[in-house]
Design a protein around this ligand. Structure first.
Ligand SMILES: Nc1ncnc2c1ncn2[C@@H]1O[C@H](COP(=O)(O)OP(=O)(O)OP(=O)(O)O)[C@@H](O)[C@H]1O
Ligand SMILES: [Mg+2]
Length: 413
């Protein structure tokens, strides 16, 4: 798919921008702090209705507008060509209650919920800080899984929203029980209440677990290819899903070893069915009951999952070299592109922020080669010469200066 036009009003340092974008590779250059990352963030926001960067959405609204305008707002609009049809997404950020921001979303000018907008435009973004996917905490990897799956599977997104709601309620009840645990509260009443929430949690959570398991298996396979193409041909990359409990009652795979059950016994990796996982989930909740009441929090479930990356059997989170960690994160993002193509039949818009500065000459050449195959890719750089003459000759060249963007002829780049 192709984002053919992007318009921004008061989004970050873009007070007013209208930009036409062609298919194929687009190279956006600027000095530091001119708006490269902000532009990619805007496109990603249209795809997911979320920012990967901002702590609060208020930060997305141009700060001068915030000070100056009585009713400050930001607006993003994208025109998208998908298959042979075209559509338009727009999102307006308006002041909400207590300093928050309210989002209004439209598809072809008809007001929609976020769920109906997410995934209309598909985008994959790679940022320098994505290395934290590998080096950071499990919560970063869970956020990644959720963001990736939500874009390609609305059922997943719905289950996730329900799961989080149920989790909050269940945690509130557990906290209350933890506080009362001194008092003599009849056990059966607690159990009745908890059983209700267990059921709900397991219903929604099981779907998350099954879908994550499938997606990680696929991403692992695709990532292995991408890693081989990007890095050292001989290194073998693996991705392992580590759920908070074993949904199949099998011993957890030993991810320290490159040849896991996955390869020795392909059938052992058959994903469990949703009903199987619901049962296993409830069993584990039952086993964890005493501890959960003591701690006042839910300790079993997909909100405690993790993912492990290994290269030649070595866990990249703990033992990877910087270069391996970067290549791992990039391979994962490119695998995500492949996964989206597989599931939606459409190539997502690929957004690569400052990808070259982190790679050696050979890897740079490989990135340029890969971008060739994508329907549309926007790459940012501070230096034209990070890209070869051949690449620049066939790319659409843009230059950003303080929230303005100009087209640049090849001869000036
Ligand atoms: N809400 C906002 N309103 C106005 N300006 C903002 C807002 N948020 C961020 N900015 C500014 O936008 C400018 C451009 O930021 P951006 O991250 O896009 O730069 P960049 O071109 O990617 O730079 P670098 O090469 O350093 O990565 C920065 O100076 C930043 O302070
Ligand atoms: Mg930047």
């Amino acid at each position: 798919m192709v984002l053919t036009q992007l318009s921004l009003i008061n989004f970050r340092n873009y007070t007013r921008l209208t930009l036409n974008l062609p298919p194929g590779p687009i190279l956006l250059r600027s000095d530091n702090a001119q708006g490269k990352t902000n532009l990619l963030e805007a496109i990603y926001f249209l795809a997911t209705t979320r920012s990967t960067f901002a702590r609060a959405e208020r930060q997305l609204v141009n700060w001068l507008a915030m000070e100056r305008d009585p009713l400050p707002f930001a607006r993003l609009e994208g025109h998208v060509r998908r298959n042979r049809s075209t559509f338009q997404i727009d999102i307006t950020l308006l002041p909400g209650q207590q300093g928050t921001v309210r989002k209004e979303m439209r598809l072809n000018a008809v007001k929609k919920r976020a769920l109906d907008v997410v995934g209309q435009l598909n985008a994959v973004i790679f940022l320098p800080e994505d290395i934290e996917l590998v080096t950071g905490s499990p919560s970063a990897r869970r956020r990644y899984m959720d963001a990736t799956l939500c874009q390609i599977d609305t059922g997943y997104c719905r289950a996730l929203a329900q799961y989080n709601k149920v989790l909050t309620q269940r945690n509130a009840l557990l906290k209350q029980l933890a506080e009362q645990s001194g008092a003599a509260v009849p056990r059966s009443r607690d159990d009745d209440q908890l059983l209700f929430w267990d059921e709900q949690l397991a219903q929604h959570g099981a779907l998350l677990i099954v879908r994550r398991q499938e997606a990680i298996a696929e991403l692992g396979q695709l990532g292995r290819n991408r890693y081989r193409l990007l890095g050292d041909q001989k290194e073998v990359f693996h991705l392992h899903y580590a759920p908070s409990f074993d949904p199949q009652h099998r011993p957890l795979l030993d991810y320290q070893h490159p040849l896991s059950l996955e390869e020795l016994l392909p059938s052992a990796q058959m994903p469990p069915s949703v009903p199987e996982v619901i049962e296993a989930f409830k069993r584990h909740l039952h086993q964890a009951r005493r501890e959960e009441i003591a701690r006042g929090v839910t300790i079993v479930g997909p909100h405690r999952d993790d993912v492990h990356f290994t290269v030649d059997g070595v866990d990249m989170t703990f033992y990877g070299s910087r270069g391996q960690q970067r290549t791992t994160a990039l391979a994962l993002k490119l695998a995500e592109v492949d996964l989206m193509v597989r599931t939606t039949g459409e190539s997502p818009v690929l957004l690569l922020d400052d990808v070259m500065s982190e790679l050696d000459a050979r890897r740079r050449a490989r990135v340029m080669g890969m971008v060739d195959g994508v329907e549309q890719a926007i790459l940012t750089t501070t230096d034209w010469t990070d890209f070869s003459d051949e690449f620049r000759a066939q790319a659409h060249l843009l230059q950003a200066t303080a929230g303005q963007i100009q087209e640049v002829g090849t001869q000036h780049a």
